[in-house]
Write a protein that binds this ligand. Structure first.
Ligand code: GDP
Ligand code: IMO
Ligand code: MG
Length: 422
């Protein structure tokens, strides 16, 4: 069976940390969508690592890590990630396998991303500017270049043709963009050569063989359900399906092969980039979450917007993904609040509603909150469920009851060890 691990909010729930914690139970860890817009943080033995494209199982001796067909790869960023791991003596050739069907982010995809955002002005998505949107557009537009194309004899011509097309497209954007294409291309071709030293596979074949042979696989999601291109807060979303269905298309596994679906959420909510966020706080409580939670983007360093937990949104994400187990992250950040709030219904154009509506812009949606008594205890040194304060347990019980799924992990700090199995 293949288990899935997905973010249920707007990303940065702590997926990297939990994949790292769970990897010991799996033979294979596989990323299935997104690309270097992701930033997955792992902390262990006093060291911190941020992974963008490489799956978060890479530090474990045994597991094979696969970059699936649904992922988009920027060779330049990929090489940086490899360099950052150089002191770990990882045998990348055998432990890190890349799907031939994964699409490649070209330097001009990044330029198109920048031009598009610049032209949108105030309405910009707040993209990480890694070229994600333009690369997925070329994929669905049937113009993209894939990892397997690097092994074909006409790679150079195809690269040149697509780049030429992109440069023409750039002229349509009425914005000034400063760039040195020659330098970008030099860096790109150099890093493509390094990428070619890794192992490319027909990953859907590899993964289905592994499943037939009884191997266990964990699929690692990127971003979160509210950034899903279909079900998120469109157009303020990313360009891939971040939800459970994305794992089927992004790895080539059938729905009946899926076992558990682990849904990860923060005890509060964060969002980086633009777009609606009904429970967002602009007061001292929000500032406290940002400060204690160190809420800065792992990829761009931008401050993350913070707010209360939104249980309507969480329930929506649980439903779309078929979540079987919940994992609650960063409960430690809420220690010290006298009162906590969670959104338990919206007022949508004057009526109270209990589902996630088409549009959650401020004009349409007001939040109805339920209040909870906070806890004062520092959770960060706790190691067992029995130590957790009563008010935290009550908060968790309410969430479980509201969304209809049990919490199996409570994370009480960023370190691998600060993880309580319930
Ligand atoms: P991801 O994108 O879902 O992997 O999450 P990120 O790595 O972008 O962001 C999560 C941040 O929270 C990282 O800085 C983690 O080190 C940190 N983190 C993860 N779990 C916890 C936790 O339980 N408590 C605290 N305080 N920090 C955590
Ligand atoms: P992880 O995997 C949080 C957000 C961006 C922007 C929108 C579109 O670390 O949880 P894109 O670069 O995809 O065009 O950006 O999506 N975004 C993320 N926010 N965590 C992420 O990944 C994100 N990846 C993209 O901030 O609002
Ligand atoms: Mg992140």
């Amino acid at each position: 069976m293949i288990d899935l691990l997905l973010g249920l909010q707007w990303g940065d729930e702590g997926k990297g940390k939990i994949v790292d914690v769970l990897t010991k139970n799996y033979d294979i860890i596989a990323r299935f969508q997104g690309g270097p817009n992701a930033g997955h943080t792992l902390i262990f033995d006093g060291n911190k690592h941020v992974l963008h494209t490489i799956p978060s199982g890479i530090f474990h001796k045994r597991a094979i890590n696969i970059v699936g067909n649904g992922v988009v790869i920027d060779p330049v960023i990929f090489k940086k990630e490899l360099d950052n791991l150089s002191s770990y003596n990882i045998d990348f050739k055998t432990k890190l396998l890349i799907s031939r069907k994964a699409h490649i982010i070209l330097p001009t995809h990044r330029l198109l991303d920048a031009a598009s955002e610049k032209m949108k002005g105030k309405l910009k998505i707040g993209s990480t500017l890694k070229g994600i949107g333009p690369t997925y557009m070329d994929k669905t537009g049937r113009n993209g270049l894939r990892i397997g194309d690097l092994e074909m004899s006409n790679w150079n011509e195809r690269y040149k043709a697509l780049t030429k097309k992109h440069l023409n497209m750039l002229k349509f954007y009425e914005v000034e963009l400063d760039f040195d294409l020659e330098a970008l291309e030099k860096e790109f071709s150099h890093t493509v050569e390094i990428l070619k030293e890794l192992t490319f596979i027909d990953s859907e074949e590899y993964i289905n063989q592994a499943l037939s042979n009884g191997k266990s696989i964990l699929a690692e999601g990127a971003q979160g359900s509210l950034l899903d291109v279909d079900f998120g807060t469109y157009p303020f979303v990313t360009s891939s399906n971040t939800t459970a269905a994305g794992a089927c298309t992004g790895l080539g596994v059938a729905p009946n092969k899926i076992g558990d679906v682990f849904g990860i959420f923060k005890a509060y909510t964060t969002r980086v980039g633009s777009g609606p966020f009904p429970t967002e706080l602009f007061d001292a409580d929000g500032a406290e979450m940002a400060k204690v939670g160190h809420e800065f983007g792992a990829t761009t360093g931008r401050p993350r917007r913070c707010g209360w937990l939104d249980l309507i949104a969480l329930k929506y994400a649980v439903q779309i993904n078929g979540v079987t187990q919940l994992m609650m992250m960063k409960g430690d950040v809420l220690s010290g609040f006298d009162t906590l709030k969670a959104c338990t219904s919206y007022n949508y154009k004057g009526d109270d509603i209990f589902h996630f509506p088409y549009n959650i812009e401020e004009d349409n949606v007001k939040v109805n909150y339920t209040e909870f008594e906070g806890w004062q205890e520092d959770l960060t040194a706790m190691t067992e469920a029995g130590q957790l304060p009563k008010n935290l347990n009550d908060y968790i019980a309410f969430i479980e009851d509201f969304v209809g799924v049990k919490v199996s992990i409570v994370s009480v700090g960023p370190d691998r060890k600060q993880t309580i199995m319930v």
